[in-house]
Design a protein around this ligand. Structure first.
Ligand SMILES: Cc1cc2nc3c(=O)[nH]c(=O)nc-3n(C[C@H](O)[C@H](O)[C@H](O)COP(=O)(O)O)c2cc1C
Length: 195
């Protein structure tokens, strides 16, 4: 559904419910169905895309949740806005939907074990993941990794369900600039340090 002048009278939280996934017809202009590239080819291609590693956190106290994520993108600087893509099956997804905030922690090269931990590779789930690392908070209360390279504290302003994931758009309400250190990159299934 598109926006109209009347939308200005609808509170922001209510407007979010009008955001729908675009209707992908999967066809060209003549109605001929598009082929789908095999997922195995898609995955092989995407493994070539080097990405900065982040830990996205949400919630407070015993309701804290977090996951390692590379699907993070700047949207605009004025106003400061970014987006994240979160799998709908992840624990963090339900938590973000409930509390409507999240923090993007951009991690350093020596956070590789922590990134593996928040990717579920140590078998630890839920709030227990926060047993590692030093966690503080900024504006929303979402966990901020004290020694991250940088952290962006966000309030959710809109969300779009897209296949297995939800794209959450966050308004950045607080920024933490941490250490100057090598960054952590993920490419071809490996964590790599980058100056
Ligand atoms: C380098 C890397 C990047 C990832 N990026 C994302 C991402 O952008 N979005 C996402 O939903 N999951 C991503 N994952 C997977 C989650 O970190 C993983 O499924 C995690 O265990 C989900 O949390 P849960 O166990 O609480 O469900 C990534 C994993 C790795 C190792």
């Amino acid at each position: 559904m598109g926006s109209s002048a009347d939308d200005a009278t609808i509170p922001l939280r209510a407007q979010e419910h009008f955001v729908q996934s675009p209707s992908f017809t999967g066809a060209d202009l003549h109605g001929r169905p598009d082929p789908k590239t095999p997922p195995v080819d898609f995955i092989a291609a995407m493994r070539q895309l080097a990405s900065s590693v982040t830990i996205i956190t949400t919630g407070t106290a015993e309701d804290r949740r977090g996951l390692t994520a590379t699907a993070v993108c700047s949207v605009s600087a004025e106003p400061p806005t970014l987006l994240i893509c979160v799998n709908r099956t992840s624990e963090s997804h339900g938590a973000i939907e409930r509390v409507r905030h999240f923090c993007v922690n951009i991690v350093a090269a020596d956070h590789d074990d922590l990134a593996a931990h928040f990717a579920g590779r140590t078998g630890v789930h839920g709030v227990d993941r926060f047993d590692r690392g030093e966690w503080i908070s900024l504006v929303t209360g979402a966990p901020v990794l004290a020694d991250a390279l940088a952290a962006l504290d966000c309030r959710v302003v809109s969300s779009v369900v897209c296949t297995t994931h939800t794209i959450f758009v966050g308004s950045v309400v607080g920024t933490h600039i941490g250490r100057t250190q090598q960054g952590l990159i993920y490419r071809q299934g490996n964590f790599l340090a980058l100056s």
